[in-house]
Ligand binder design. Structure first.
Ligand code: 6GU
Length: 239
């Protein structure tokens, strides 16, 4: 899978993503991450990419042409249709289901805005998806693009060392993950739950399921409405 990022801050996204597990996946060739500097497509002699908003008001607006030319350079390179995601607090809030949908694509283009926004005309022409990462305001789209790429890339086969782990985790069925323990068996007088040392796989699975449901009820009761719980579970946990 190929991630293409249109930005004024290439180093920020590339430095941030080319480390850790995502960086390993890039090294392995399972995914690629390319950043295009929108400023390189400015036709202005000072490489300016923003100007005053028509109608007045605070701040500057990113101009249409450099954004469009940067987009064209990517479109020409990949030679097929690709979704263009504009990171904006005015977008649909990103979630795991959207990550799973985006992970099916071969190429994704991320457009990171700055200043007070981007000229609406180029957005109308190229953007297919308006996405936010939550109800708060950031200075630009780079961190949101990095958040989305991390969440999407880890769903691509071969990115995680462990193929099954992406399927059995928080949110795939609207339940939070069960608690985890590792050595030592006793740490500062606190013991690992006996069932996990029993070697009884059936009991371990049952305990983990209970913990998932309990933990979701306690920490994210809003998720439980969407979770598929058995009649017994609903009764047992008073849901
Ligand atoms: Cl996608 N962009 C900006 N600038 N702020 C945000 C956001 C995006 N999502 C939440 N806050």
């Amino acid at each position: 899978m190929n991630f293409h990022i249109m930005t004024l801050f290439k180093e920020m996204v590339l430095d941030g993503l080319n480390t850790s597990i995502i960086g390993k996946a890039v090294e392995k060739g399972v995914i690629t991450i390319d950043a295009v500097d929108i400023r390189e497509y400015s036709t202005n002699k000072h490489k300016k990419v923003d100007d005053y908003p028509y109608g007045g008001g605070a701040g500057m607006v990113m101009q249409a042409e450099p954004v469009y030319a940067a987009y064209q350079s990517i479109a020409d390179k990949i030679g097929q249709k690709a979704r263009v995601i504009y990171l904006t607090p005015q977008g649909q809030t990103f979630n795991q289901k959207m990550a799973e949908e985006f992970a099916k694509e071969e190429d994704l283009i991320f457009l990171c805005g700055h200043y007070e926004g981007i000229d609406e005309r180029v957005l109308d022409k190229i953007v297919t998806d308006y996405v936010s990462i939550g109800d708060y305001v950031l200075t630009g789209g780079e961190l949101p693009a990095m958040v989305m790429i991390d969440a999407i890339a880890r769903l691509v086969p071969g990115v995680l060392n462990n193929d099954v782990s992406a399927e059995f985790e928080s949110f795939h069925d609207n339940l939070l993950e069960y608690p985890q323990y590792s050595r030592p068996e006793t740490w500062r007088d606190e013991k690992v739950p006996d069932v996990l040392l029993s070697g009884h796989h059936g009991n371990v699975a049952k305990w983990r399921r209970e913990q998932s449901v309990l933990r979701t009820a306690e920490r994210r009761p809003d998720l439980l409405e969407k979770a598929e719980l058995s009649v017994e579970e609903r009764k047992r946990f008073n849901l």
